[in-house]
Design a protein around this ligand. Sequence first.
Ligand code: PLP
Length: 219
Amino acid sequence: MGIAENLQRIRAELPSHVTLVAVSKTRPAAEVREALAAGQLAFGENYAQELRDKADEVGAGPEWHFIGSLQRNKVKYVVGRARLVHDVDSLALAEEIGKRSGATPTGILLGVNMGEAQKSGVPAGQVLDLAEAVVRVPGVELRGLMTIPPPTEDPEGAAPYFAELAALAARGRAAGLPLHELSMGMSHDWQVAVRHGATLVRVGSAIFGARAPKAPPTT
Ligand SMILES: *Cc1c(COP(=O)(O)O)cnc(C)c1O
């Protein structure tokens, strides 16, 4: 199936308050334009230079989201191009984004580490303290939380992690923190994430197809 059909199928099931972020990493600018022509506005990239290059190549139209873990020395490629940085995991990174953003604040989400096996993100027990600090950083606008749950074969296996992220954000909001956005859910489990309150889902292969197809068997 083509990109337009895939988008249509997902949109038919997606509640209108949830933003579909089409993850276009490794995909050429031409495919971004194809999705754009099919009415898709938000695109996600997880490498800073790739976001810079693709955003500049595609030009006006898309709204870019940076969804990968960001090194401080690469913030310069992302600020001014990305509308939302999904996976901020330290005060120092938030400060660097704020410094580079200047008078036009960049929206950020804090990436939460929900499982022992995860490499990135802030431990769930520390994220509200980090949010209290980040909310005071000039040049960034804290908007919510993001997570990538440990991989499970059954999409429902992600449900407890999504529920925990939603509960964390609710606790933060009760304490006055602006944690309104929940970025959770990917191609195989976005429906589960939506049921648990996702406001942004990050979907790549279900739109653009598999990224690294296995080589055909050679006999
Ligand atoms: C690649 C990626 C996605 C999309 O993954 P799919 O399984 O292709 O939908 C979502 N979120 C992050 C952080 C990613 O790196």
